[in-house]
Design a protein around this ligand. Sequence first.
Ligand SMILES: [Fe+2]
Length: 249
Amino acid sequence: MKRALISDIHSNLEGLQAVLADIKSQGISEIYCLGDIIGYGPNPRECIDLVMQCDVCILGNHDQGALFDPEGFNSGAERAIFWTREQLESPAGDPDQNARRWDFLGELPRNRRENGFLFVHGSARNPLNEYVFPEDIYNQRKMEKIFSLIEKHCFQGHTHVPGVFKESLNFLSPEEINYQYKLTDEKTMINVGSVGQPRDGDPRSCYVILEDNLVTFRRVEYPFETTVRKIYETPDLDNFLGDRLREGR
Ligand SMILES: [Fe+2]
């Protein structure tokens, strides 16, 4: 079975559409979304509607922030969350569709387990909020603790930095492994990167294809100037949220 793993869409419709088109061209049977459908970007409603068609979706911290009181966000991110909530509650929208979107977000699980594979937004220890960054390979205690909670392999997002963490405390970026990694008996955490706000210096959308034991990182170009313009035109979304899309930072 060939599965696509997407994450951190952040209301970036142009990025999501480009990734879904790429997924379609790859003959993929199932799509899993690892959270943060919304927050930061200009098209929350449209992105939720597309993600509702995924086979599995996990709750992200920005999704939770829109549902409840946002906590622990910087001021730009928090303003974006309040603006997002307004869009989802807008009386101008179809009330039934508004309700369907809220119900969908409200019912998202925090994790999913399948035959030794774990799917979360942040980490196995704190599925919603913990970041696992490449430099955490130097934090042995943290990594050992998190790996102890993983049976075989954990797929996650949240940092927007794609790559493979091995239990032997190595981090492999997609470029250095030619965008492919074969899963072995060694435990791994795979960060699938971000569709809508990449932060590894590559502005292209990122997602992962999982086929048997083969993990492939895909980078997909999308018309980010369109997204940037929409962000500039929305006073509640900081211009910085658009600027960073051009650089993938
Ligand atoms: Fe995110």
